[in-house]
Design a binder for this molecule. Structure first.
Ligand code: SF4
Length: 400
């Protein structure tokens, strides 16, 4: 197994290239298919039961049309502006449900249709362990993917079953060995905490097992019951089984301490990384920056306008035909902008979700935030300390 180097850097977020994040654009691609539906999931996804006329082959064909048309449209708009696409994220759903050749075709089309030339591109793809193999790994790598985000969630089979996950730990281990020794050197694992009957010991055992594979990036999510999920219905029947906020905050702190021992720092509410391995696509969402969404239900942001693709595949197919026409909502949003201008900073509520925080321009800062060790002022910015990340909503209300 090759091991990522562990380097301590003071204030690593100061190295983020925010100017490039706002000047350039990201692209998000949604693949909405999953082998089964997890009990807690409220994303736009389809298990084995799908709307009539929606399958992998028809979806891919529509997606390739959208990539080609939107890529040509954006290339024309950005010509001569010095702006380009520098982050791509294929998410879902479970993108690795697609065959290797199809993943490679989508990745290659993205790289060639969008204006990516002129510098590096952070190109991420989400994967689940039971749909990832050597062939897909090689195909993605050869097509430009240089970052993997793998949904493991736990190493405990009882909890995996409770969550409705389709993998089990014994079959996950060889996949993680393959990833750790594979060609894509930047990879991230997901972990979930705040589950019913999940002790701190069980959680840390999962964390330690995953960290043995030395992921340079790690995501840890607090399981919150979302409306209309099987988990929420269960939680309403057994409310006494849901851990208290205090217990879950303790779990979160335990995960952070564990990760710190492996050279990670918490750079965003749910994300940890070794310095230099933070997801720039993720930071673009919170710090500001334009992005284009492709696929069912995907959101795009241009300037301050947010436009979402339809959630019905029938309506989406019609919308693809309108790209470049007067009926194209993204075209209308772009027409309001100076194509040469960088995106404006995100609003302070979003910027407070990561350590870099935001520039201070005359706002008063509640002294409690500073004395309480939640935030600090550094070089004209309100920067967030790790324990301040949980409270960003409250801060933004007080800032208004
Ligand atoms: S694999 Fe991910 S997208 Fe699919 S159902 Fe589970 S949580 Fe949702």
């Amino acid at each position: 197994m090759r091991v990522a180097r562990f380097v301590r850097i003071r204030r690593p977020w100061r190295n983020w290239d925010i100017t490039a994040l706002r000047r350039n654009l990201g692209v998000y691609v949604h693949i909405p298919f999953c082998p089964a539906i997890c009990t807690y999931c409220d994303f736009l996804k389809f298990g084995p039961k799908r709307p009539r006329g929606l399958d992998e082959a028809s979806y891919e064909s529509s997606l390739l049309r959208e990539i080609e048309a939107r890529g040509a449209w954006l290339t024309a708009r950005l010509a001569g502006t010095g702006r380009r696409v520098d982050s791509i994220f294929i998410g879902g759903g479970t993108p690795t449900m697609l065959p290797a050749a199809d993943l490679a075709r989508i990745a290659s089309e993205l790289m060639s249709s969008f204006p990516t030339a002129g510098g590096p591109v952070e190109f991420s793809c989400e994967a689940n362990p039971d749909t990832l193999d050597q062939e897909k790994l090689a195909a993605m790598h050869e097509s430009g993917v240089n970052r993997l985000s793998i949904g493991i969630q736990s190493s405990n089979d009882r909890l995996l079953k409770f969550m409705g996950r389709t993998h089990r730990w014994a079959e996950t281990v060889p996949v993680l060995e393959m990833v750790a020794d594979g060609p894509i050197r930047n990879y991230s694992f997901d972990l979930i905490y705040g589950l019913p009957n999940q002790s701190v010991g069980t959680l840390l055992e999962s964390g330690r097992r995953l960290l043995e594979f030395r992921p340079p990036h790690f995501s840890a999510y607090w399981l919150v019951p979302e409306p209309h999920t099987a988990y929420t219905r269960w939680a309403m029947r057994y409310p006494q089984q849901i851990p208290s906020d205090r217990d879950v905050l303790y779990q979160q702190h335990a995960v952070e301490c564990l990760l710190r021992g492996y050279g990670h720092y918490r750079y965003e509410v749910n994300n940890y990384a070794m310095p230099g391995h933070e997801s720039m696509h993720n930071i673009r969402y919170w710090q500001g920056g334009d992005y284009i969404g492709l696929g069912l239900g995907s959101a795009s942001r241009l300037g301050t306008a947010v436009v979402s693709n339809p959630k019905s595949h029938i309506v989406w197919n019609t919308a693809i035909e309108s790209i470049g026409s007067a009926d194209d909502p993204l075209g209308q949003a772009m027409a309001e902008l100076d194509p040469k201008a960088s995106a404006p900073p995100a609003d302070s509520f979003l910027q407070l979700r990561n350590r870099l925080g935001h520039e201070l321009s005359g706002q008063s800062v509640n002294p409690r935030w500073i004395t309480g060790g939640l935030m600090e002022i550094h070089a004209g910015r309100l920067e967030i300390r790790s324990k301040g990340l949980n409270l960003s909503e409250q801060y933004s209300l007080e800032m208004e």
